[in-house]
Design a protein around this ligand. Structure first.
Ligand code: SF4
Length: 238
């Protein structure tokens, strides 16, 4: 097993570039072969991606898919959200729960509306700009910047944190805030060099955490990155 870390702190462990490159190549190749066809993966529209990311917080993919289509039929753009009442947006969100997400989406739409008639609304493209908007945290900012705008931006949700810690730094626990900071550093350092490859890389990290390296069990025998993973064969949740 190649060495992949020499020290750990909030700055994150030092990573072996050869291992990082091999990990990324294997991960992205697997994604191209095995990814699920989900509707938000077929668009680069920032608003649609934002809606999907907000809906997927705390909610299973199978429940989100029909609601995503339905919501976008009612509100095809961020400007449509801005022109609606908060209650109308919340109503369209019904069935998904966690209604603060819908209320934040409405507040966000008002914030980014660029003219008095509420006919144009555009999300910014940089993670630090996105994070200033209501309801957008570090993960969602990275997701919108990467998936909509092709930015070389990292993202870490629970699936990604689990995969990256198991592969590169098993001593880190995503449940400890200090370790989570270190895992963010790993996510940033393991990004591919270009924004175009980053789209696939980030989607693949999330997909591996959802389908293979899951919270309940690590399916190491069918994992595309097992030869570079520090936890391969363990098979137990970290
Ligand atoms: S080899 Fe096992 S522990 Fe490592 S990423 Fe794959 S499934 Fe997870």
């Amino acid at each position: 097993m190649p060495s992949r870390s020499t020290s750990a702190s909030d700055a994150g462990p030092a990573l072996d570039p050869l291992v990082v490159n091999d990990f990324g190549r294997r991960l992205r190749a697997w994604y191209r072969r095995s990814a699920r066809d989900l509707p938000w993966r077929n668009t680069r529209d920032a608003y649609r991606i934002l809606v999907s990311e907000l809906m997927l917080q705390q909610t299973q993919v199978s429940r989100v898919v029909p609601k995503y289509h339905e919501f976008l039929k009612t509100f095809p753009s961020l400007a449509h959200v801005a022109r609606a009442t908060p209650d109308r947006v919340t109503e369209a969100w019904s069935g998904l729960g966690y209604y603060a997400r819908a209320r934040n989406l409405h507040r966000l739409a008002l914030r980014v509306t660029s003219d008095g008639t509420r006919r144009r609304a555009k999300l910014p493209s940089e993670p630090h700009q996105l994070r200033e908007l209501p309801g957008i945290g570090a993960y969602t900012a990275g997701a919108v910047a990467s998936f909509a705008y092709g930015k070389r931006a990292a993202l870490v949700d629970t699936n990604v944190a689990r995969v990256l810690s198991r592969v590169f730094a098993p001593a880190l626990s995503p449940k400890r805030p200090r370790d989570l900071t270190a895992i963010w550093r790993i996510a940033e350092r393991s990004l591919p060099r270009t924004g175009a490859a980053t789209w696939t890389h980030n989607q693949a990290l999330m997909e591996l955490g959802a389908l293979v390296c899951t919270a309940r069990v690590a399916h190491c025998h069918r994992c595309p990155v097992r030869v570079v993973c520090a936890s391969a064969g363990d098979g137990s949740p970290g």
